[in-house]
Design a protein around this ligand. Structure first.
Ligand SMILES: Cc1ncc(COP(=O)(O)O)c(C=O)c1O
Length: 393
């Protein structure tokens, strides 16, 4: 079966954050939006068909969390990652970000330190502000165009009130798919120092050729006991607007604490369409995902070629997973905000300012390449033209 990722889907006027924000808030309706992490592709046919059937039923009262959805999610984890997840370990949530907040509350106390590996997805920072925890940074190291974990620094950051770490795996925005040896080293430190881990694996399905996503909790029972994994079909199948995600915890106490945190917000019942889409995606989305990954990687290769051949001194870093890539614009000598403003106002492409992920990526921009290749071509042409004008000045 073939799938179409080339057709340009007009998302204007559909209440899309990605398309509305630059048009309305930044008065840049012509800018190509290549920022927030959703894709300009329709969801898999299997998902659309299941949603259509559910829609045709007509009754949309309160939902339960059916066993069939839990089982579909557990089977997906087992089949794709050789990670035996029991259905009862799984809780449903409206999103990974709310789950992150709930996990921080469930696994630490106010005033405790929580470690994050910067640069990283901005809600990792805001989760600390929202919950009154102390932000403890364990910055990634950037050497020869590659980001790695700094384990010596990590060991120094841990103390009696800093016993929680949030892992981003694969990592947004640096695009690393952590190797087994890196994860084992991290797990070893966490076991030795009695840490608990919140492992955000929302990008776990989006991994390119020659790389393999390894769920942290799959490394063994001891590490599984101290890990809450946050996962979702939302990035993978472009259904983030349906607000359904998963938290997976073998540890019963962690599970109960997590559920209690949500209960305290008053949120309990999931969205019927989110559940329908999740089950259909996990049961029938595999072939579409395989085709998507090939398409995304071909797009990343196209970008890498164009940047190295025609856009010096800008540097593009092909990620190992996710559909997000960093571009280093520091050679232009602009501030971080200035570099992003240049991309928006001079080139007409709207990316994320690298500074939003931490000071480590100030002067970078994060580009979302989950769109038809023709749109990538247009973006590249626009950047090349703007760069030419910049150099002429
Ligand atoms: C690492 C990471 N976690 C969580 C999210 C968002 O999760 P949700 O939309 O389920 O809240 C994103 C979205 O980009 C992300 O990159």
């Amino acid at each position: 079966m073939t799938f179409d990722f080339d057709t340009i889907l007009d998302r204007r006027g559909t209440g899309s954050l990605k398309w509305d924000f630059p048009a309305r808030k930044l008065s840049a309706p012509e800018a190509l939006p290549m920022w927030v992490a959703d894709m300009d592709f329709a969801a898999p046919p299997a998902v659309i068909e299941a949603l259509s059937r559910r829609l045709a039923h007509g009754a949309f009262g309160y939902a339960s969390f059916p066993d069939s959805v839990r089982e579909a999610a557990a089977d997906w984890m087992t089949e794709r990652f050789s990670w035996s997840v029991r259905p009862e370990w799984i809780s449903i949530a409206p999103g990974v970000v709310p789950s992150l907040y709930a996990c921080v509350r469930a696994l630490s106390r106010p005033g405790d330190g929580v470690i994050i590996q910067t640069p990283v997805y901005p809600p990792f920072f805001s989760a600390m502000e929202a919950t009154g925890r102390r932000l403890v940074k364990n910055p990634l190291k950037f050497q020869n165009g590659r980001w790695t974990m700094d384990f010596d620094d990590l060991e120094r950051r841990i103390d009696e009130r800093t016993r929680t770490i949030i892992l981003c795996s694969p990592h947004n925005p640096v695009g690393r798919v952590w190797l087994e040896e890196e994860l084992r080293r991290l797990a070893g430190i966490c076991l030795e120092r009695d840490m608990v881990i919140i492992s955000d694996e929302i990008h776990g399905d989006l991994v390119f050729r020659d790389h393999r996503h390894i769920p942290l909790a799959s490394l063994g029972p001891e590490i599984s006991e101290r890990t809450i994994t946050l996962a979702a079909p939302s990035k993978t199948f472009n259904i983030a607007g349906l607000a359904a995600s998963l938290s997976i915890a073998e540890n019963r106490i962690h599970r109960e604490c997590f559920r209690r945190e949500f209960a305290q917000t008053g949120w309990e019942l999931p969205n019927v369409f989110g559940l329908t889409a999740m089950e259909a995606a996990y049961r029938g989305g595999g072939p579409w995902l395989a085709a998507l990954l090939e398409y995304l990687e071909a797009g990343a290769d196209k970008l890498a070629r164009f940047f190295s051949e025609r856009l010096a001194p800008l540097r593009f870093f092909k990620p190992e997973g996710t559909y997000l890539a960093l571009i280093d614009g520091r050679a232009l000598g602009l501030s971080s905000a200035g570099w992003n403003e240049f991309l928006l106002r001079k080139a007409g492409v709207y990316l994320n300012d690298g500074a939003a992920f931490g000071e480590e990526t100030a002067g970078f921009a994060r580009l979302n390449f989950a769109c038809p290749h023709a749109v990538l071509d247009e973006a590249l042409t626009r950047i090349e033209r703007a760069l030419g004008e910049y150099h002429e000045k």
